[in-house]
Ligand binder design. Structure first.
Ligand code: AMP
Length: 218
């Protein structure tokens, strides 16, 4: 049976950072809906043109476009054993659609780590976040700085500040999260899948908790 993990939590909680680490340990692909949208924007695809202004404003892309894009991604062969989903689902309709599509792939959502961090800390983290142009690797000027300023440790590409990591948009993203995505906490709790993790700690400590939940040696 494939393994599907849904990383849940507010923007800036560390979902992307942790998803990348855990994906490598479990040898599963890290499927980040935000990265998929940013790739489409960079490559100026039809989808990219449609969604650019939505991402810039910190709003959510409509469910149908998002669901189609993610379905496309997880139906590829490299997801045959499952995937670490980061940033998807973000609405109850997406969560229902995910359940339905995983039935097609003979799987189900196995566990939902919910990484929780306080609002003030989120704003601090997002404003210091830097993202690599080539592959979306994530750094933080304070908490996880790159070895060389402005350069990704992993692939040498330029690090930049996402437009939606600028202070005004960050507040909007947190508002949108509270309104649209936080109902998923109860959705997955009721399904018996939610495991809450204190994301306000160092990266390694959060990773250890996650690996424990996923029953993998650190
Ligand atoms: P992220 O990298 O996860 O912070 O996502 C960046 C932006 O991409 C979000 O602010 C949304 O505009 C868009 N996005 C990513 N995932 C989703 C999703 N599941 N549903 C709707 N919009 C999304």
């Amino acid at each position: 049976m494939p393994t599907y993990v849904v990383m849940l939590g507010p923007p800036g909680a560390g979902k992307g950072t942790q998803a990348a680490i855990v994906a490598e340990k479990l040898d599963l692909p890290h499927v980040s809906s935000g990265n998929l949208f940013r790739e489409n924007i960079k490559n100026e695809t039809e989808l990219g043109k449609k969604v650019k202004s939505i991402l810039d404003a910190g709003n959510l892309v409509p469910d149908d476009l998002t669901i189609d894009m993610v379905r496309d991604r997880i139906s590829r062969d490299d997801c045959n054993n499952g995937a670490i989903l980061d940033g998807f689902p973000r609405t109850p309709a997406q969560a229902e659609a995910l359940n339905a599509m995983l039935v097609e792939f003979a799987g189900k959502v196995d566990v939902v780590p919910y990484i929780n961090v306080e609002d003030d800390e989120l704003i601090r983290r997002l404003s210091g976040r830097r993202t690599c142009r080539e592959n979306g690797h994530i750094f933080n000027l304070t908490f996880n700085p790159p070895k060389q300023e402005g350069v990704c440790d992993l692939d040498g590409s330029e690090l930049y500040q996402r437009d939606d990591d600028k202070p005004e948009t960050v507040k909007e993203r947190i508002r949108v999260y509270l309104e649209k995505t936080s109902p998923l906490i109860d959705f997955y709790r009721q399904a018996g899948l939610l495991v809450e993790i204190d994301g306000g700690r160092e990266i390694e400590l959060v990773t250890n908790d996650l690996l424990g939940i996923l029953s993998v040696e650190g």
